[in-house]
Design a protein around this ligand. Sequence first.
Ligand SMILES: Cc1ncc(COP(=O)(O)O)c(C=O)c1O
Length: 484
Amino acid sequence: MSVPVAGLSPSELQRAARDHLWLHFTRMSSYRDAEVPVIVRGDGCYLEDSNGNRYLDALAGLFAVNIGYGFGEEMGEAAAAQMRELPFYTNWSYAHPRAIELAAEVASLAPGDLNRVFFCSGGSEAVESAWKLARQYYAARGEQQRVQAVERMAAGERIEYQAPGERRWKAVSRRIAYHGTTMGALSINGISSLRVPFEPLVPDVVHVRNTNRYHRPPEETEAEFTAFLLEDLEEAILQAGPETIAMVIFEPVQNAGGSYTPPEGYWKGVREICDRYDILLCADEVITGFGRLGAWFASERYDIRPDIVTSAKGLSSAHAAIGAVIATDRVMEPFLEGHKMYSHGITFGGHPVMAAIALKNIEIMKRERLVEHVAEKQDDFHSTLSQLLDLPIVGDLRGTGFFYALELVKDKETRETFSDEECETLLRGFLSPRLFERGLICRADDRGDPVVQISPPLVADQAEFDEIAGILGDVLAEASERMR
Ligand SMILES: Cc1ncc(COP(=O)(O)O)c(C=O)c1O
């Protein structure tokens, strides 16, 4: 059954898509002779295309539609009410009720004293904004300390004052990590194929090891692995000059490469190193924020204690273009005095309609107990997916919450991975189209080693876990045969 959308028939949509729409991260040539997939509606964890085919969206849009596709009407009413009341006003020197309410709500959900919320339009902008904030923080703090010292000396106090380093600009991130596409965020990315076409990038980012354990020596203990990673981080900081580093930015669980979870003691060690060298720690929670790991923030789950958190996708369940940088009171403090300000702004940051949608999203997540649901069901999801480890091509299953990856290997014994050409045949030549044909949307990716990423809406339950594992089982069994 074909479904007309906004007046265009499916064939007219195809023509208009080919003629006018430039898709993101897409080889447009692949649609020269093939149909552009056109998704027309959704419900729960399911999507439907313009030809009436149904898909289980095991990627939640892009790790984003946390409440699924079933609350559009309620979200739309919240948007419409806000449109009637105040369709737009800016956060540049002004406030409006929805931005204030959302900031207070986000601060109440974020752990510790992460109380200060700066809105932007998405994840890349959040990362970009966090880096700019970290850069400016040291200058503002240095200035604050200098003024305080001068005041105390003027009051007759005899103090030892040494001007702190006031300019720090470098960031530290991890290899293969994805943090967005705008120039600053791209520079933080650790994925060479995305970086190289746009070099020279924004100076300076130091890339350190990620927490991929699968390809470490099998006899290495978890404690040894943690120590190895922390040593690498500290050495990189010392080599770059700690007094030049503004921010360490890592995801709580790294997405690109396939759900790299942190080994025991890792986050505690990272926090200690940041404290030792007086560096701000930013947890990039663009994916993990708002429930994906069974806590409102993964920073809480892993006791990360970041100075800055970046978030976007799940904040509105992707029903609105909104992101947020959440900073601790300590980070805000130097900006609260005199003429100082964070010299940064974006027209749409804190847009009232986007904020109203995000508020409604959080209300729905609370009402439906979605964060608790993930915490309760994550083990069932993991054990359902772990059946796939019986397949010869599946080397590893990693992840937590509703955020998993299967690593595909050529040889399970030796953990040998596929060559670039083999990945091309396996992932883009076979897996992606076959999974889609079978009605399952997930991501077959080789930004690191080849993985299949699974990250459904947080409303998913055992029926969806079974369907995901069932389709993946069939298709990966076929892939094993083909790659022999
Ligand atoms: C960890 C992380 N940071 C930043 C981004 C960039 O977000 P956006 O695509 O909204 O700009 C992403 C996107 O996937 C992400 O996963």
